[in-house]
Design a protein around this ligand. Structure first.
Ligand code: SF4
Length: 180
């Protein structure tokens, strides 16, 4: 059975992609690496939801808990406006996923970022494929957005924590200024 390392941005976004990957016959290991999430209390909430999800599905979970707001912001290279900052954020997380996949003997990796209807699916695919090429891996691409509602239904049924902003400090500010 083919093994795939699934980068998981949060438990909710993993529900539908996991179904697809299982249907395709993959053995899935979930990978947590999301230093973009701010503040730390929110990061921990989402990580707990990730663990609740992987436990409920009986799949292996690998966690990289490296966390530094300063490092994350430094990695954006001064490009803090939406949506330009997002490319660096995706690249950071996909690079770490590819690195871990390589170290642990996976032939391919993918990401739940491809499930989001709010993010640039095409650019995430491009970054994933380029990163995979650098590491000699396959980037499994599927437009997981097709299962947007199904994923929501599954996550609600599982009672997973559902956040209301993307993750970084900037997205939290943007979301709250918009809804003030
Ligand atoms: S809005 Fe989301 S994808 Fe974009 S930089 Fe912030 S956390 Fe990353």
């Amino acid at each position: 059975m083919n093994r795939v390392l699934l980068h998981v941005c949060c438990g909710n976004c993993a529900c539908f992609p996991l179904e697809v990957l299982k249907e395709k016959g993959y053995s899935v290991t979930a990978f947590w690496y999301n230093p973009n999430i701010h503040p730390l209390s929110e990061y921990r909430k989402r990580m707990d939801a990730f663990l609740a999800f992987t436990d409920s599905q009986g799949i292996e979970a690998i966690r990289d808990e490296s966390y530094s707001v300063r490092e994350f912001i430094g990695n954006l290279g001064g490009e803090l406006a939406f949506p330009k900052r997002c490319a660096a954020c995706w690249a950071l997380r996909l690079r770490e996923t590819a690195k871990t996949a390589k170290e642990r003997g996976f032939g391919s990796f993918t990401t739940t970022l491809l499930y989001s209807i709010y993010q640039d699916n095409g650019l995430i695919r491009k970054i994933g494929e380029e990163t995979a090429g650098e590491y000699g891996l396959e980037f499994y691409y599927s437009d997981f957005r097709s299962g947007w509602q199904k994923g929501i239904d599954i996550s609600k049924k599982l009672g997973l924590y559902r956040q209301n902003y993307c993750g970084c400090i900037f997205s939290e500010e943007e979301r709250n200024l918009k809804h003030r």
